[in-house]
Design a protein around this ligand. Structure first.
Ligand code: NAD
Length: 508
């Protein structure tokens, strides 16, 4: 049954063939403003038939884009980058409205996303192949990288702009037709950037938005003309997408959840570690795959000093609406998300964790029905507890005390996830041992969150990534192209070879 608020909510569209297209399936998801709890829009959920139609349109547009000079393609990317910067305020506001994150955090996300767009400007250089002269008998041999055709990106709610830009910029630049299936919880931002692609001069059909849920994802995974899938979301779904996509002979890079540790050594600057932990752990209401979720102080003295200072600072953090300039972070994405975080806290308490700061009932104006949680800090968490094993996607952070660096490394290596990790220390030998032995894809030393810059590869290990691709960075050129090797001979004159070779030529 629809309420008055829902009937007042606007109905969104897809973006197919360069136009906003109404959904045909008559299935919709509610889009909330997490800061007020109101339904602001209805997101169409595409049927398999709608996905198939969009793939055909993209497939028709692909050959001309493939043949467009790489310099012209880079020009479109350049225009798109400038438009993103021009519209940053409006776009940041839209991200805040639909995801709950603060506007300043949303601006940061856009700027980090633009790093991937910037890197895609290097496509003319990155697409250069290899060439060997006179490999034998007047033959030259060379390899080229060609686009795949239609490729798809499936993105999560927590970075409505940064993750889609990271997944798709290089795919467009190297000549593919891209279909983005954004999270049905944050579809506005993706539609907004579609307009910018069009204004930048991208031909119709090269950028498509299919809004939807599992039905649309399955249709993309099964379509024979979709050649690669880049997925970002929870581990359970990432693993499914990887298996289902590869079973249908596609390239798949599927990025999942994380449980990121910060190890604090006895020689670390405790104030620096505390300040770094606060932003890295609670920023975006901890809804980041690279958020630090576990503080792991080494030794009792380190733990006492760290927890005492951290507790005071955590108590001072302020949760608020996305447009509240005083807020350190905003609401979580849905009421279900909020309930799940509270459940995790309660379970950990029944297992023996100690509550240092309780954020389960934050003080927010009574008229506000938003999905708010204050910052929670739990000490005395042990590796056996569920809250240590699970990814908790909300502002409940934990302290796990260990006795040595070896114990820290062992616990982190034994954990299901391997997205990011960081160590705070003044000891180069400890840092070196840590970076060498740790089984995690992105590692920091004295930095809060080790997200690589746009021109390095992004991707975790273990349960944080399935497949052999990266979300952004140089590796995406390989992921979104296929390499072709050509051997060619041009004789000096039209002389015909008089001798037929039946044995395999050795080129000696
Ligand atoms: P999610 O897995 O619920 O959704 C991600 C995408 O998958 C969405 O587009 C959604 O529509 C689709 N989807 C959901 N259920 C599906 C199903 N059963 N079958 C097919 N498709 C399905 O994730 P979310 O809640 O939107 O995002 C948060 C998660 O994403 C967290 O676990 C976070 O750690 C992870 N994440 C990971 C990275 C990374 O780089 N590793 C980056 C951002 C977010």
């Amino acid at each position: 049954m629809t309420t008055n608020i829902e009937t007042a909510a606007k109905t969104l569209t897809h973006f197919i063939g360069g136009e906003m297209k109404e959904g045909q399936s008559e299935r919709f998801a509610k889009v909330y403003n997490p800061s007020t709890g109101e339904v602001t829009a209805l997101c169409p959920l595409a049927s398999e038939a709608e996905v198939n139609e969009a793939v055909e349109i993209a497939n028709k547009a692909f050959p001309a884009w493939k043949k467009t000079s790489v310099a012209k393609r880079a020009e479109v990317i350049f225009n798109f980058r400038n438009l993103l910067l021009q519209e940053i305020n409006q776009l940041a506001n839209m991200i805040g409205l639909e995801s709950g994150k603060t506007v300043s955090d949303a601006k940061g996300e856009i700027l980090r996303g633009i790093e991937s767009v910037d890197f895609a400007l290097n496509a003319p250089h990155l697409l250069k192949g290899e060439y060997s002269v006179n490999v034998g008998g007047k033959i030259n041999s060379y390899s080229i990288k060609q686009p795949l055709g239609v490729v798809a990106a499936i993105s999560p709610f927590n970075f409505p702009v940064m993750v889609p830009l990271a997944m798709t910029s290089m795919a467009v630049a190297v000549g593919n037709a891209v279909i983005l299936k954004p999270s049905e919880r944050v579809p506005n931002s993706a539609l907004f950037i579609s307009d910018l692609w069009k204004k930048a001069g991208l031909p119709d059909g090269i950028w498509t938005i299919i809004n939807g849920d599992k039905e649309a994802v399955d249709a993309l995974l099964h379509h024979p003309k979709v050649y690669a899938i880049s997925f970002v979301g929870s581990t359970r779904v990432a693993e499914y997408v990887y298996h289902e996509g590869t079973r249908h002979n596609k390239r798949v890079a599927a990025f999942g959840g994380g449980k990121n540790h910060m190890v604090i050594m006895p020689d670390a600057d405790i104030d620096q570690a505390v300040t770094s932990f606060l932003g890295a752990a609670y920023g975006s209401a901890s809804q980041r795959c690279m958020a630090i979720s576990v503080a792991m102080p080494v030794g009792q003295k380190t733990a006492e000093a760290f927890v005492e200072k951290l507790k005071t600072r955590v108590e001072q953090l302020k949760v608020g609406a996305y447009n509240d300039e005083e807020a350190d972070f905003g609401a979580v994405i849905t009421q279900e998300s909020k309930d799940a975080v509270i459940r995790s806290i309660n379970e950990s308490l029944s297992e023996g964790a100690q509550l240092c700061v309780d954020g389960r009932n934050p003080e927010i104006s009574e008229t506000d029905k938003g999905f708010y949680l204050g910052p929670t800090l739990l000490d005395g968490v042990t590796p056996e507890m569920k809250i240590y094993r699970d990814e908790v996607f909300g502002p409940a952070r934990i302290v796990v005390r260990v006795d040595s660096l070896d114990e820290a490394i062992q616990l982190i290596n034994d954990h299901e996830y391997g997205n990011g990790v960081t160590i705070f220390t003044d000891n180069g030998a400890a840092a070196r041992k840590f970076t060498e032995e740790i089984e995690v894809g992105m590692v920091g030393v004295n930095v809060p969150i080790p997200i690589p810059v746009g021109y390095h590869n992004f991707g975790g290990w273990k349960g944080s990534k399935f497949g052999d691709g990266h979300m952004f960075g140089p590796d995406t050129v390989r992921f979104f192209t296929k390499s072709k090797t050509i051997s060619e001979r041009w004789n000096d004159s039209k002389q015909v070879e008089s001798k037929t070779e039946f044995s395999f030529p050795s080129n000696q």
